[in-house]
Design a protein around this ligand. Structure first.
Ligand SMILES: [Zn+2]
Length: 314
């Protein structure tokens, strides 16, 4: 169960056993840093409870993942799965998302109104409050009333980074599950199979990601993007030498090899358009890669590479 969630062995064990015995709590707090699978786990719980193929109440523990209910939950459009978050609040208030700083009592009241009705098409109503630590005091007090008298067939999942930021009265009425930081092994393996990174680059990013898959994805994209845009810049713009030297200085600091690899990937895409120019460009990129692997000073290698590439195109 929960194969699509990385790591979190202990949380999975606890929830699996509760699901097997059809004994989920009314409210959980999924605690842990960003990017470790809390929200994904909350959605999985919603699937297990509402799957049209398997019946949670008969001890069937798996969500099929493909029935109409599971599909709607995957897409975030199931009428019995409710997100109580800044996006929802902005929608209710008809205001901008970036103006949302706290989850307010009106948003919790809206949730309570939903909770007091029967499930629309699923069997269970699931509310995901995220980030729960952003509830203001009035909102938290209002939620407390719901936790004291939990509605039938309803599971409330609070998602938060730290327990200390949530009122004790709420913590004491919820089951707290801690989500651990993901290991570097788990993250680098994921990067290799999902972002087609080689093991060295995947390991480097995993080391910088602080156990968060979100961080790792962002870092992988940033590195990718910097090489990608750099290739286009050098190919399409007449840069001054001072600009080029500035570029190579920055890239040398942020990860020369990743950048050269990303530029190589971009250059290969241009092969069909200007093959006569791309071959020598690929050769330059490849030579630079070899020099970087031999630990030749990155800035020197990049200075030469960028100047040589520019002279190919202008
Ligand atoms: Zn299903």
């Amino acid at each position: 169960m929960f194969e699509n969630i990385l790591g979190q062995k202990k949380v999975k064990e606890i929830l699996s056993s509760q699901i097997k015995n059809a004994k989920l709590a009314h409210a959980y707090i999924f605690m842990g840093q960003d990017g470790v699978g809390k929200r994904l786990m909350a959605q999985e719980i919603a699937k297990v409870l509402n799957c049209a193929t398997n019946n949670f109440n008969k001890g069937e523990t798996y969500a099929c993942g493909v029935c109409s209910s599971c599909e709607k939950i995957n897409k975030g459009i199931h009428p019995d799965l409710h997100f109580v978050d800044f996006a929802k609040q902005a929608e209710l208030e008809q205001s901008d998302l970036d103006k949302q700083k706290a989850i307010k009592i009106e948003t919790i009241r809206h949730m309570q109104k939903e909770a007091s009705t029967k499930a629309h098409e699923g069997k269970y109503k699931v509310f995901i409050i995220d980030p729960a630590e952003k509830m203001n005091i009035a909102a938290a007090n209002s939620l407390l009333k719901t936790l004291e008298e939990p509605p039938e067939n309803t599971v409330i999942l609070l998602i938060a980074k730290h327990k200390e930021t949530i009122p004790k009265t709420i913590v004491s009425r919820s089951q707290v599950l801690f989500f651990q930081a993901l290991s570097q092994d788990i993250i680098s393996t994921w990067l290799m199979s999902n972002c087609s990174l080689d093991s060295r680059r995947a390991k480097e990013i995993a080391e910088l990601s602080e156990g968060s898959l979100e961080n790792a994805k962002r870092l992988a994209n940033e590195k990718e993007a910097s090489g990608l845009s750099l290739w286009h810049k050098i190919r399409d713009q007449q840069l001054y030498i001072s600009d080029i030297l500035e570029l190579s200085k920055n890239v040398a600091k942020s990860g020369a090899l990743e950048c050269v690899d990303a530029m190589t990937a971009e250059a290969k895409k241009d092969f069909g358009i200007y093959p006569e120019k791309i071959l020598p460009a690929l050769e330059l990129l490849n030579n630079s890669r070899t020099l970087l692997l031999k630990n030749v000073n990155a800035q020197t290698v990049l200075d030469n590479l960028f100047l040589d590439l520019q002279s190919l195109y202008f």
